[in-house]
Design a binder for this molecule. Structure first.
Ligand code: PSU
Ligand code: MN
Length: 301
């Protein structure tokens, strides 16, 4: 654990040392995935939700060059309150050398959580293969990084703005197991399902914990994707969902949005165009993922 390039907060380090449950949380969802000022409130909510369940929260970000696991209240504010770099794994050494701060994506968070020895990580949605990727090559580094990051990631699947089928194919190629949490269908973030069936499902946190233990004892370096659908009564209405997404794609194309700006652009557009309804769904599904991650972490410890 003597890793000078990683700052683990005393609270998180103590919990890990005594094998108490810890859940990692990402920070790009705070900086780029949710609009201000709701983002800071949400970040605090996620942490409080874990604490109320007896689980230690470990929000991860790069703070003035140092990858940090477990943020102070001031550091959480820093991530939420100003324009901060979106940091995937490849950005970590650059931020470190320059002494800059960054909000970590699923990829960078999973990578750092695994390095810290954290076994469970909750987020909203994973990055994946973008529509049109056969032309643009736009595939999130979340996928390749999860292949080498031994941590269970609880998400509501991937957003329907992505190519869900291609994303599932890539997860298969990369040998990253996917298990539906009380579902046989891969969820699509704001909607609890998609047209894609899953090979495997788990009925409860104990079953997920057993899979994680088997994965670790086999020496696998892969993550486990736990696909947790938004509860039906909190899901977005399908018709409005389809209409707003069509508008978002058209706007991104018209404005020539590219590269790592694509995801934040679509997300912001969708929040605005839905009059905030997609945001409520987003917050609820993220909380639901945090809750399930807490149960899994407790079942593991
Ligand atoms: N999907 C969401 N909300 C998010 C993201 C994805 O529903 O906030 C963020 C996550 O941090 C994810 C990142 O890791 O976007 C993926 O970005 P890219 O496609 O540029 O790799
Ligand atoms: Mn991309």
């Amino acid at each position: 654990m003597a890793d000078s390039s990683l700052n683990i907060s005393p609270k998180v380090a103590d919990a890990l040392l005594h094998k108490r449950p810890v859940v990692a949380l990402e920070s790009t969802i705070i900086s780029h995935g949710l609009p201000r000022p709701r983002n800071l409130a949400a970040a605090r909510d996620f942490e409080e939700l874990l604490e109320s369940q007896g689980v230690v929260p470990a929000t991860i970000a790069v703070i003035r060059g140092t990858p940090t696991v477990g943020l102070s209240p001031e550091e959480l504010e820093l991530i939420a309150s100003q324009d901060i770099a979106k940091a995937s794994v490849r950005d970590l050494p650059i931020l470190q050398a320059k002494g800059l701060s960054g909000a970590t994506t699923v990829a960078a968070t999973a990578h750092l959580a695994a390095r810290a020895g954290i076994q469970v990580f909750a987020t909203g949605g994973l990055g994946g293969v973008h529509r049109g990727a056969s032309e643009t090559f736009d595939e999130s580094a979340d996928l390749s990084t999860l292949a080498t990051s031994p941590v269970a990631v609880v998400s509501a699947g991937v957003k329907s703005v992505l190519d869900i089928g291609a994303t599932l194919e890539r997860l298969e190629t990369l040998s990253i197991p996917v298990v539906g949490y009380q579902t046989s269908t891969f969820p699509s973030f704001w909607l609890p399902d998609s047209e894609f069936e899953l090979d495997w499902r788990a009925e409860d946190s104990g079953e997920v914990a057993a899979i994680i233990k088997a994965q670790r004892s086999s020496g696998s370096q892969s993550a486990l994707v736990v696909a947790n659908p938004v509860p039906l009564d909190q899901a977005w209405q399908r018709e409005e969902h389809d209409q707003v997404l069509a508008k978002a794609f058209a706007a991104a194309k018209a404005q020539g949005v590219r590269g790592k700006e694509v995801t934040p652009f679509l997300l912001q557009f969708i929040v605005d165009a839905s009059g905030g309804r997609s945001l409520e769904v987003n917050l609820n599904l993220a909380k639901n993922n945090v809750r399930v991650a807490a149960e899994i972490a407790k079942a593991l410890s």
